[in-house]
Design a protein around this ligand. Structure first.
Ligand code: S3P
Length: 449
């Protein structure tokens, strides 16, 4: 049914347990869920666009993006979501901005979504007269917001709170040049969004290049994005976004679970369709290749400024340990949990370093991955900025707590597919945030003996 989307209660409130047993392979064609980063941006930019409605094809309707939709509606955007029909038509959303952004009557609940909170804060901070409070769930409430609040304050923003809740009172902002100490697309995007309403130019540089979806989408929507080398980007204030017509490709971060599972299972032949292969996101493909796996990219094409391809993968043997460090880290930051699972099946010691950011994701992903893998029989050493994983090892099924972190729940599910016995993953409801059909999709392509 078409209609404005409002949710009385989030699916994340219900506790869910996943049980997974060994299978032989993954076979067939499957389109992974749409890209989370791109869906957030498409929704937000559409709600900011001037001059007509925007159409977003195949938006991800997972909990994180639903939080973005809810927050935008509270700020006065009109968003109609047409869900997948019984005939299999793809979902789409129509976003219209008929009135100026308004102060929401209630706190803006960003749920589990750091992207929602950080990007929205950048927009709201530059809207004089608008007041809003941004809140989140227990996990988001622990995550650092100083990384955006500090530079926004340098721009003249009035924001209270260094962790959620953040109370934002919109102000006229002034552009700055900011050197971010972390490679973070959320920080970069927040400041570029604030820069659109600031006077003068706003520049952000980062230690290594993070995903560049905001820059690409800005350019597609009529914003001039200035660059200084590969690591600094800037915008001039006073530019406005045009409406968009954008089909969201599938999410390589979600595809990564299926790729890794297919590789380590003996009878796989899987094609993942319409996957976004933006080079700032394809670190996982580079690592799979260095591990000795062959993932073929077929039919490379462009989808409104984002490269898209089908990925073909088959079972692999004799996988080698790999190293993740330096500028590779932001290109695969969300895939590290499942790559750690893969590492347990590779010959040698896999080293992951320069990835301290993992400690401030939806959970402390260094400790939680290590704890879960050790419980399944793997040898893992942790470091402040990473871990060593020794392989190959035969994983044993056990009961694991996903700590309410979607990427952990799915990484452990992949471990469960190769382990002997039945793996039980508690607190797996968070899968809804990025991959609502995870179990259904696995079931559809699973080869059982
Ligand atoms: C995201 C950027 C990354 C990533 C997150 C989504 C985005 O976070 O981990 O899942 O959409 O900009 P950081 O930019 O904070 O590293």
């Amino acid at each position: 049914m078409p209609g404005r989307l409002r949710r009385p209660s989030a699916k994340l409130d219900t506790v869910k347990t996943l049980t997974v047993s060994r299978i032989e392979g993954l076979k067939g064609n499957l389109r992974p869920p749409s890209d989370k980063s791109l869906t957030h941006r498409a929704l937000l930019f559409a709600a900011m666009a001037e001059g007509g409605p925007s159409r977003i094809g195949t938006p991800l309707l997972g909990e994180d993006c639903l939080s973005t939709i809810d927050c935008l509606i509270e700020c006065g955007a009109d968003i109609e979501v047409f869900e997948q029909s019984e005939f299999g038509d793809r979902p789409f959303a129509i976003v219209t901005r008929e009135r100026a952004w308004t102060s929401p009557d209630i706190p803006l609940d960003c749920g589990n979504s750091g992207t929602t909170m950080r990007l929205l804060a950048g927009v709201l901070a530059g809207k004089p007269g608008l007041d809003a409070t941004l809140t989140g769930d227990a996990s988001l409430s622990r995550r650092p917001m100083r990384r955006i609040v500090e530079p926004l304050r340098q721009m003249g923003a009035a924001i209270m709170g260094d962790t959620p809740p953040l109370a934002v009172s919109g102000r006229q902002l002034t552009g700055i040049r900011y050197m971010s100490p972390v490679a973070s697309a959320q920080v970069k995007s927040c400041l570029l969004l604030a820069g659109l309403s600031a006077s003068g130019e706003t520049w952000v540089s980062e230690p290594s290049k993070s995903r560049d979806h905001t820059e690409r989408m800005f350019e597609a929507l009529g914003i001039e994005v200035m660059t200084d080398g590969d690591l600094a980007v800037g915008v001039r204030g006073g530019q406005s976004l045009s409406p968009l017509d954008f089909d969201v490709p599938a999410d390589i971060s979600s595809a990564a679970f299926l790729l890794c599972a297919a590789l380590v299972l003996p009878a796989s032949n899987l094609r993942l369709l319409e996957v976004g292969v933006n080079p700032s996101r394809t670190g996982v493909l580079d690592i799979l290749s260095s591990a000795g796996a062959l993932v073929e990219q077929e039919g490379l094409r462009d989808a409104t400024g984002e490269p898209v391809a089908d990925l073909h993968v088959m079972s692999a043997s004799n996988l080698r340990a790999f190293e993740i460090s330096g500028s590779l880290v932001p290109r695969l930051i969300d895939e590290i949990p499942v790559l750690a699972v893969l590492a347990t099946q590779c010959e040698g010691t896999t080293r992951i370093r320069d990835a301290g950011e993992l400690r401030v994701k939806e959970s402390d992903r260094i400790e939680s991955v290590a704890t879960g893998l050790r419980a399944m029989g793997a040898t893992v050493e942790t470091y402040p900025d990473g871990m060593d994983v020794h392989g190959p090892v035969e994983l044993k099924a056990t009961t694991i707590d996903a700590a309410g972190d979607h990427r952990l729940a799915m990484a452990f599910a992949v471990a469960g597919l190769i382990a002997s016995g039945e793996t039980t993953i508690h607190n797996a409801q968070s899968v809804e945030t990025s991959y609502p059909r995870f179990e259904l999709d696995l079931d559809r392509v699973a080869v059982r003996s």
